[in-house]
Design a protein around this ligand. Structure first.
Ligand SMILES: *Cc1c(COP(=O)(O)O)cnc(C)c1O
Length: 341
């Protein structure tokens, strides 16, 4: 039996043709395709042109955001329920880490807990596409981690534009991909953007500033551009599937209803809340469907016992397939496997 994967990228002839176009052009390194992707990304977010910098990964973008904000030796707060990339970028920078729990029942950072610590910078991921407002954190430099939430909005504002900087990932399993790896840094602040762009252009520089090669290639950018064009359609399809799961009565993690803010999610993940995650995963496997615990207790970025809300979430969540190429039949298979429990 063919197993339905938990996640897969959605490509068409457009991406194939874009790759061929770039290969035939004779220029595959960072060039005009990267510049166009940056402009189109600004267009998508409603930012002025030149306010986005394409990079080799979301982690590279996070590193750049921290670097641009002068995070070395400063205090940086971030949630334990996130992605190893946060830790990795921070350790490369050399910041003092302040670990924060999630809000009870939420995959996102507890803003209350964050308000109780003294920190210079905070990394705030919008986990699973569920956006969170960063208002009221004015004394902290906020980096929004939008790796899982391109297109989500808070009070009509795109995520990534609430704080000082926003970062995005175009890894193979994210909402869109630039051919397997890729990332983007954005900021409303032109000085920050210019500093990041300068850092990326490492070659043939006569000053002795330290820089690093975090460049995206034109081959990647060309794929990313086609994916960005399809993003609205991808998001609609995901939202439709999420709706079908809900209609069938599945209990899914969703936005915080008690929020004062108008939260518009994107459906990066359909995360089932269940007392029996392992049984659910096994039942889905019997039906030929791959599902996973989205973040396991050992993946938390801090000692599990110290962060009860995050720890508890790792014990009652199963992530279901929710990508644009799922068929009607696939969706029914997922639902009936869960109903059989
Ligand atoms: C994927 C991800 C990253 C890292 O992005 P890469 O492109 O894989 O380096 C950072 N934060 C979150 C929340 C992610 O999901």
């Amino acid at each position: 039996m063919n197993v339905l994967p938990h996640n897969r990228p959605t490509f068409g002839t457009e991406e194939e043709q874009a790759v061929v176009r770039v290969i035939r052009s004779g220029w595959v390194a960072q060039g005009v395709e990267v510049e166009n992707l940056e402009d189109e990304f600004c267009g998508f977010l409603g930012l002025p042109y030149k306010h986005a910098v394409a990079l080799s990964s979301g982690t590279a973008a996070l590193f750049m955001a921290l670097w641009a904000l002068g995070a070395r030796g400063k205090k940086v707060a971030f949630p334990v329920y996130a992605c190893a990339a946060l830790r990795n970028a921070l350790s490369l920078i050399g910041s003092d880490e302040i670990l924060i729990d999630t809000a009870p029942g939420s995959p996102n950072i507890s803003i209350n807990a964050l308000r109780q610590v003294s920190t210079d910078i905070a990394i705030i991921p919008h986990m699973f596409g569920i956006p969170i407002s960063t208002s009221g954190l004015d004394s902290i430099a906020v980096i929004e981690d939008c790796a899982q939430a391109i297109g989500a909005m808070v009070d009509g504002v795109q995520v990534g534009l609430q704080g000082r900087a926003g970062i995005y990932s175009f890894y193979a399993t994210k909402l869109i991909t630039s051919g397997g790896q890729g990332g983007m840094f954005v900021s409303k602040n032109k000085d920050l953007v210019d500093a990041v762009r300068d850092y990326r252009e490492f070659d043939q520089r006569r000053d002795d500033k330290k820089r690093f090669n975090f460049q995206m290639t034109d081959l990647q950018a060309a794929v990313g551009r086609e994916q960005l064009k399809k993003l609205p359609e991808f998001l609609n399809k995901r939202s439709e599937i999420f709706g079908k799961y809900k209609e069938a009565g599945l209990k899914l993690l969703d936005i915080d209803d008690s929020s004062d803010n108008n939260l518009m999610p994107v459906r990066y993940r359909a995360v089932l809340l269940t007392d029996k995650p392992q049984k659910t995963i096994a039942s889905l496997e019997m039906a030929g469907v791959k599902s996973i615990v989205p973040i396991e207790d050992w993946e938390l970025l801090g000692e599990p016992v110290l962060f009860p809300s995050a720890f508890s979430l790792t014990k009652k969540t199963v992530s279901l397939p929710i990508y644009p190429s799922l068929s009607e039949e696939n969706i029914k298979t997922v639902i009936s496997a869960i109903e059989r429990l």
